[in-house]
Design a protein around this ligand. Structure first.
Ligand SMILES: Cc1cc2nc3c(=O)[nH]c(=O)nc-3n(C[C@H](O)[C@H](O)[C@H](O)COP(=O)(O)OP(=O)(O)OC[C@H]3O[C@@H](n4cnc5c(N)ncnc54)[C@H](O)[C@@H]3O)c2cc1C
Ligand code: SF4
Ligand code: SF4
Length: 401
């Protein structure tokens, strides 16, 4: 396993390495000649500090490179999540990317679907871009038990050796993907916002926000297979289905599904019915809304227009709205037709969650970054805007847009 240590006999306690660590994971302790750098628990073993030390006092030992023949891994897989026999859209969205990447790399696309009653979905997956569908149907897979699903997916990967696997970063996908990656001793890039291919090296280029969303990092998995990535729902669009496409459909049998550490006793649907990820119109409010009472104006306008209310993170942090409504890097990605941003500054972490067709921004600060993302901007008070919009919508008897 990779490790890092300070070579005390070489370290002179000069503190230069502190500014070289993007994670604030180095401190210098002690006095005089006993002053030495120490590595803190927040170290991610990224290695950025090593070159900052002119005294070669930081020693980073990297993982051994895997010597397995990775050329035998071929093809792009999409794990297509379903619930109670119904496919989640994210699998179809990922098939469009898998198709593009497979075409660049000159390989094929396989959709993998696991569940209780799913055989009927296979032809749809071919229509959305898969060349092959591998499905495992077993009534013991009706409930989404991530431990059991890990066994099934790992078994399939070991049998078919895909080079790339894409999964949706849903609640379930976020649990399944790292378990499978750990079993296969390979890497996983979570929450990618862009996928591409290095045609020469046959690698998946996995791009995602890094360092608190302040830059985009492109990550590769050069030495291990499969190359695994998750992508949030609604980041990509599905292909237009072509029901004339032909493909191969393979049924696999589930491995022994016993002796699991956890059992699902009951599945309970979440209450509240809010899914901002599916909304067509979002009235989104930020700190500029002023107080919790004013959110009711956004709710009223959303109801009049047939939309939902979304928020920036500070409103969740201060308990004004539940997390389910948060848009952004650590919230949801939304793709409405219309996104009305009321009193939202437009921090990069918030913008990372907006994939809207049209954005309207209302902000008192004409320099607010949200205006760079907006199609229409109003410099002004968002509370006055909401009151005026509600009055206008009511006066003109406008219903859902
Ligand atoms: C790792 C990390 C992850 C993050 N994830 C997310 C995330 O998922 N989602 C997210 O939203 N943020 C996220 N953040 C926080 C993000 O950096 C910003 O702090 C946050 O988005 C700011 O929210 P805001 O625009 O509502 O508030 P502020 O930055 O306080 O901006 C308020 C805006 O309202 C304007 N304003 C004030 N009064 C009025 C008025 N009366 N009418 C109109 N405009 C007015 C101001 O000019 C200002 O532009 C994350 C941060 C980090 C470090
Ligand atoms: S590790 Fe190197 S850079 Fe850091 S305090 Fe010691 S000598 Fe200075
Ligand atoms: S390896 Fe990376 S995270 Fe760890 S101390 Fe060095 S710079 Fe910081």
């Amino acid at each position: 396993m990779a490790s890092i240590k300070i070579l005390e006999q070489k370290c002179i306690g000069c503190k230069k390495c502190i500014s070289g660590c993007p994670f604030g994971a180095i401190a210098v302790e002690g006095e005089g000649k006993a002053r030495k750098a120490v590595i803190l628990d927040s170290c991610t073993l990224c290695g950025a500090c090593v070159d900052y030390c002119k005294f070669a006092a930081i020693e980073l030992t990297k993982d051994d490179v895997c010597h397995e023949d990775i050329s035998k891994y071929q093809g792009v897989w999409v794990y297509c999540e379903q619930y109670r026999g119904e496919l989640r859209n994210v699998g179809l969205e990922l098939l469009s990317q898998a198709r593009r990447i497979a075409d660049l790399l000159g390989t094929d696309v396989t959709a993998v679907v696991v569940g209780g009653a799913i055989a009927d979905q296979a032809t749809a997956l071919i229509a959305y871009g898969a060349d092959k569908v591998i499905y495992v149907e077993d009534e013991r897979l009706t409930d989404l038990n991530d431990l059991i699903y890990t066994d099934v997916l790992t078994m399939l990967v070991k049998k078919y050796l895909p080079s790339i696997i894409l999964l949706g970063a849903t609640g379930f996908g976020r649990s399944l993907a790292p378990r499978v990656a750990a079993r296969l001793k390979t890497g996983l890039t979570a929450d990618c916002t862009k996928l591409d291919a290095d045609i020469e090296k046959g690698l998946l280029l996995q791009t995602r926000p890094a360092f608190g969303g302040n830059l985009m990092a492109t990550i590769i998995t050069p030495n291990h297979r499969p190359q695994m990535a998750t992508v949030r729902p609604r980041v990509f669009s599905p292909l237009t289905p072509d029901f004339n496409r032909q493909g191969q459909i393979i049924r696999e049998t589930a491995p022994a599904l016993t002796d699991q550490a956890a059992q699902i006793l009951e599945m309970i649907e979440s209450s509240g019915g809010v899914n901002i990820g599916e909304a067509d119109i979002l009235i989104s409010v930020g700190k500029g809304i002023g107080n919790v009472k004013n959110i009711e104006l956004a709710q009223e306008l959303a109801t009049l227009l047939g939309g939902s209310v979304a928020v920036s993170r500070p409103l969740v942090d201060c308990g004004w709205m539940p997390y389910l409504h948060q848009v952004g890097q650590t919230g949801k990605t939304v793709a409405p037709r219309l996104y009305i941003a009321c009193g939202i500054s437009g921090a990069i972490q918030h913008l990372a969650g907006i994939a809207a067709d049209k954005v309207v921004a209302i902000n008192t600060d004409p320099e607010a970054p949200i205006f760079k993302r907006a199609d229409y901007g109003i410099v002004g008070d968002c509370v006055e805007f909401l009151e005026a919009m509600i009055a206008e919508v009511k006066a003109k008897n406008i219903h859902a847009l």
